[in-house]
Design a protein around this ligand. Structure first.
Ligand code: UDP
Ligand code: UDP
Ligand code: UDP
Length: 460
C-alpha cells in the first residue's frame, strides 16, 4: 500500500488511577506530542490523589496543544477496599460514556492507548470506533506474565497452594510463592477479580506497550513474544525507559541546597513511591537503620496511602533527638519531590526503594544501584527482576511491607552493602548505558515506538 497523505496519527490516552499509572501516560503523551502526533488525554474525575490532579493540570499547562477530555466516573459503593482499586473498577463501569466524544474527535482518532486496568471496557469502544487499542502496561514484563496468566492459575485451586514453593508459568522462570501478591490467593479480592477480567481482555488489543527495555528482561520478553506464556497475546512492545516530563513547580525542594553541597555518589535516596504507608514502628526502625549505616541520606517519607489523608507532621513521626543527631547527615521530606531530578543529582549514590515499576525504570535510566524493599502488589516480582538485571540487591527475608518489622540494625547493614558494593555499582552503570542506548536514535525502544506510529500513520 502506498503512503498517500500520511499525517501524524491522533492518539487518545486513557490512564488509570494512581501516580504509578498516570506518570507513564503523561510521559508518553509528551513524547507523542513532540513527535507531532495529535494527542487527547482522557482523565477520570474526581481523581483519587491530589498529586494526580496537580500533575494533570501542570501537564496541560505545559502542553497547550494536547486536547483534554475529563469524564465523570460513576460513583462506587463505599467499601473498605483500596481507593485506587475502587477507581479502577468505577472507571471500567464508566468508560462507555466516552463513546460520543471519541466518535466525534477531530481529526478522527487513529488509536486508543489505555491502561491495563481498563482493558475490558475500552476494547468494545475501540471496536465500535473501528480503531486499534494498545494497552500500556505499567509493570515489569515478568509481573505482566503473571497478570496475563492469572485466569489460568485461578482456575486451579492448587496453583497458590502453600505446599508449593513456586508458581509455574509456561516459558518463564517460576515465581517463588512468597513473591505472589497475597490478594491473588483470594479469588474474591477486588484486586484479583479486576486483574483476572483485565487479563481476559488482553487478546483484543493490537499490542501491549511496555515501559521496559529489551536488555533489562531479555529472556522473559523473548518467551512472551514467542507465544510460550500464552498463545493468544498480542505483541509486547518495549518502549522504555519512557522519557521524563516532570513539573518543576509546586515541588518540595527544601532539601536542594543541602544536597548540592554533598560529595558525589555519597547520599542514599530513600523513597517508597506515592502510595505506600509505612507503619510508625517501621519508620522508627528505618530511621535507626539510616543513622547506623553512617551514610548521608535523603528520605521522602509518606504516611498514608492517599496523599490527601496525610496529616502527620515530621516532628510527630520521629524524635527530635534524631533530627539533632542527623542534621548534617541527612534530610527528610514529606511533600512531593521530583524523584527524577533527585536521581539525576550527582550526590545520589544509592536508592532504597519499594520497586514500583516507574521508580525502577527511573533508576535504570540513571544506572543508580538499588536496595529493593518491596511493599505490596507487583513489587516482589519487580525486585527479583532488578536483582537479575544487575541493578540492585534484595533481602528476601524482609518480606512484604506490613508483614513484619525489619530492624534498624539489619537495614543499616544492608545500606552499607548497597553503598560499598563496587561490583554492583559497575553493573548498575552498565544498565544505565543500555537504557540510554535503547531510547537513543536507532535504539531498540525508539525503533519500536517509531514503527507503531508509522503503522498508525499509514492506516489513516
Ligand atoms: N514520585 C515523585 N515524587 C514523590 C513520589 C513519587 O516524583 O514524592 C514519582 C516517582 O518518580 C514515580 C511515581 O511517582 O514516577 C511513583 O510510581 P512507582 O511506580 O515508582 O510507585 P507507586 O507510587 O505506584 O507505588
Ligand atoms: N493492576 C492491574 N489491575 C488491577 C490492579 C492492578 O492490572 O486491577 C496492575 C497494575 O497495572 C500494576 C500492578 O498490577 O502494574 C500492581 O498494582 P498496584 O496497584 O499494587 O501497583 P501500583 O498501582 O502502585 O503501581
Ligand atoms: N496496598 C497499597 N498500599 C499499602 C498497602 C496495600 O497500595 O500501603 C495495596 C496493595 O497493592 C495490595 C492491596 O492494597 O495489593 C491490598 O492490600 P493487602 O495486601 O493489605 O490486602 P488486603 O488487606 O486488602 O487483603
Amino acid at each position: 500500500m502506498s503512503k498517500i497523505t500520511a499525517s501524524p496519527p491522533h492518539i487518545a490516552l486513557l490512564p488509570s488511577a494512581g501516580m504509578g499509572h498516570l506518570t507513564p501516560f503523561l510521559r508518553l503523551a509528551s513524547m507523542l506530542s513532540s513527535r507531532s502526533c495529535t494527542v487527547t488525554l482522557i482523565t477520570a474525575s474526581p481523581s483519587v490523589s491530589a498529586a494526580e490532579s496537580s500533575h494533570i493540570s501542570f501537564f496541560l499547562s505545559q502542553h497547550p496543544q494536547v486536547k483534554h477530555i475529563e469524564f465523570q466516573v460513576l460513583p462506587s459503593k463505599p467499601t473498605t477496599d483500596d481507593p485506587f482499586f475502587l477507581q479502577f473498577e468505577a472507571t471500567n463501569r464508566s468508560v462507555h460514556l466516552l463513546y460520543p466524544s471519541l466518535a466525534s474527535a477531530s481529526p478522527p482518532l487513529s488509536a486508543i492507548f489505555s491502561d491495563f486496568a481498563v482493558a475490558p471496557s475500552i476494547a468494545p469502544v475501540a471496536a465500535d470506533l473501528g480503531i486499534p487499542n494498545y494497552i500500556i502496561s505499567t509493570t515489569s514484563c515478568k509481573f505482566f506474565c503473571l497478570l496475563a496468566y492469572l485466569p489460568v492459575l485461578l482456575s486451579d485451586p492448587l496453583s497458590f497452594s502453600s505446599s508449593l514453593s513456586e508458581v509455574s508459568i509456561p516459558g518463564i522462570t517460576p515465581l517463588p510463592l512468597p513473591s505472589i501478591p497475597p490478594p491473588f490467593k483470594n479469588p474474591n479480592h477486588l484486586f484479583t477479580s479486576l486483574t483476572a477480567a483485565n487479563a481476559q481482555a488482553l487478546s483484543k488489543a493490537k499490542g501491549i506497550l511496555m515501559n521496559i527495555f529489551d536488555d533489562f528482561e531479555p529472556e522473559t520478553l523473548a518467551a512472551i513474544n514467542s507465544g510460550r506464556v500464552l498463545d493468544n497475546l498480542p505483541p509486547i512492545l518495549p518502549i522504555g525507559p519512557l522519557e521524563t516530563f516532570e513539573p518543576k513547580k509546586e515541588l518540595d525542594q527544601s532539601y536542594l541546597p543541602w544536597l548540592d553541597s554533598q560529595p558525589a555518589e555519597s547520599v542514599v535516596y530513600v523513597s517508597f513511591g506515592s502510595r505506600t504507608a509505612m507503619s510508625s514502628a517501621q519508620i522508627t526502625e528505618l530511621s535507626k537503620g539510616l543513622e547506623r549505616s553512617g551514610y548521608r541520606f535523603l528520605w521522602v517519607l509518606k504516611t498514608s496511602k492517599v496523599d490527601k489523608d496525610d496529616k502527620e507532621e515530621l516532628k510527630d513521626l520521629l524524635e527530635e533527638s534524631f533530627f539533632d543527631r542527623t542534621k548534617n547527615k541527612g534530610r527528610i521530606v514529606k511533600g512531593w519531590v521530583s524523584q527524577q531530578d533527585i536521581l539525576e543529582h550527582r550526590a545520589i549514590g544509592g536508592f532504597l526503594n519499594h520497586c514500583g515499576w516507574n521508580s525502577v525504570m527511573e533508576a535504570a535510566r540513571k544506572g543508580i544501584p538499588m536496595l529493593a524493599w518491596p511493599q505490596h502488589g507487583d513489587q516482589s516480582v519487580n525486585a527479583e527482576v532488578v536483582e537479575k538485571a544487575g541493578l540492585g540487591i534484595w533481602e528476601r527475608k524482609w518480606g512484604w511491607g506490613l508483614e513484619g518489622l525489619v530492624s534498624g540494625e539489619e537495614i543499616g547493614k544492608k545500606i552499607v552493602e548497597l553503598m560499598e558494593d563496587e561490583k554492583l555499582r559497575g553493573l548498575a552503570r552498565k544498565v544505565g548505558e543500555n537504557a540510554g542506548k535503547a531510547i537513543g536514535i536507532g535504539g531498540k525502544s525508539e525503533k519500536v515506538l517509531t514503527e507503531v506510529l508509522e503503522y498508525l500513520e499509514q492506516k489513516k
